[in-house]
Design a protein around this ligand. Structure first.
Ligand SMILES: [Fe+2]
Length: 380
């Protein structure tokens, strides 16, 4: 049989991967991309509601008969684990008058709207409609919860609000070639925080994909880093911060968890920082993984969601909590250092003098992200 699988580029890292205008001519984006509500509205329509976004991990709704509510760029969403174990995603709104059905997380036998008591099965079917007897033409069947398109990769839940979006496998392209040996399917989320930020969503992700700033902004924490970049196929980007030990904890002491035994030769060389367009970063260290997921709220406001994962086997260690604590401290400290500097950058972008500045070769992923955003806004 002929193999019609498209040829994949090798994952050979390079000092930088350059696309678009040549070094010396490439600049940062015009400030209006970070300050103009019209650009933000266009990004919502052309990018955020058309791409795949990370919505959490399967183990967050592990128990049959449970749910978890989350806010997204497409509005409130419910992740629901049905009694038979099926995972589903629904718009978290009642079909009566669009009130939010549930908040937080927990067990659920049925889903009952707290406003007028309309009740749904965990498969979304409307069952209980108090007071609707005798309404001419009313039927329950067409008024189930709206399903949201959902796909899973290695335990990660992704959603899209666009029925025409390519499937997640196509979106991820050769991402599994880079990230596969970390076996994220065998990991469990043990920690998460949300940080409200006063900056544009792109600033958070541009920052997360370059090591130019780390020796300065993170002088007292992770310090200076060097990275290589990877050519990729699919809607994602990657760099690797070179360090033969995990950089997920601070200081000189050996990392509290051993390296993952499954890592391939490249993965053993450092920590991958990967951006799955438009707003999901997975960082993959030798002993753990974490994410930065950004939810744009307005042109100058975003929520940064940070979560950490360890291999399932590590959770069985009697001193797991003690070992994991330095990772949580590092993830939060570094995230807050970044947010502080990015809120300053957001203020600077409001200056009447703000203009695009020349990019360094260490800004290669900033340029790649900016190029991707501009192409999407242009409908490509
Ligand atoms: Fe940083």
């Amino acid at each position: 049989m002929p193999d019609d699988t498209p040829a994949r580029p090798p994952l050979d890292p390079a000092p930088y991967v350059w696309t678009g205008p040549p070094l010396g001519q490439a600049t940062s984006l015009d400030a209006r991309f970070y300050t103009d509500p019209a650009v933000f509205d266009a990004e919502m329509t052309q990018i955020h509601r058309k791409g795949w976004l990370f919505a959490g991990r399967e183990e967050m709704v592990a128990t049959p008969g449970s749910y978890r509510a989350l806010d997204t760029v497409g509005g409130p969403v419910l992740l629901v684990r049905d009694h038979d174990g099926t995972l589903r995603a629904f718009a978290n709104i009642c079909r009566h008058r669009n009130s939010i059905m549930a908040t937080g997380c927990g067990p659920a036998d049925r889903l009952t709207c707290p406003y007028h008591g309309w009740t749904y099965r965990l498969d979304g079917r409307l069952t209980g409609v108090p007071g609707m007897q005798g309404i001419p033409g009313f039927r329950r069947e067409p008024h189930g919860l709206f399903p949201v398109r959902m796909e899973l990769w290695q335990g990660a839940i992704f959603l899209t609000f666009d029925e025409g979006a390519p499937d997640l496998t196509t979106w991820l392209g050769n991402y599994p070639d880079l990230a596969g040996s970390h076996r994220m399917a065998d990991m469990v989320c043990t920690w998460e925080i949300e940080i409200e930020t006063r900056c544009n969503w792109k600033l958070l992700l541009e920052n997360a994909m370059e090591t130019y700033h780390t020796g300065i902004v993170h002088e007292k924490t992770v310090g200076a880093q060097t990275s290589v970049s990877f050519p990729t196929q699919g809607e994602w980007l990657a760099i690797q911060v070179i360090s033969t030990r995990s950089i997920a904890t601070l200081g000189d002491a050996a990392p509290p968890f051993p390296p993952l035994p499954t890592l391939d030769a490249q993965a053993r060389q450092g920590t991958y920082f990967t951006l799955i367009h438009p707003t999901t970063q997975f960082a993959l260290a030798q002993d753990c993984a974490w994410w930065l997921a950004v939810r744009p709220l307005a042109v100058d406001r975003s929520v940064l969601w940070v979560g950490g994962m360890f291999p399932r086997a590590a959770l069985d260690l009697p001193d797991f909590a003690t070992r994991a604590a330095p990772y949580y401290a590092r993830w939060e400290a570094v995230a807050r250092e970044d947010v502080d500097i990015l809120e300053r950058q957001q203020i600077g972008l409001s200056s009447v003098y703000a203009e695009p500045g020349p990019l360094s070769w260490r800004d290669d992923m900033v340029l790649a992200m900016n190029t991707w955003v501009q192409a999407r806004l242009a409908g490509r």
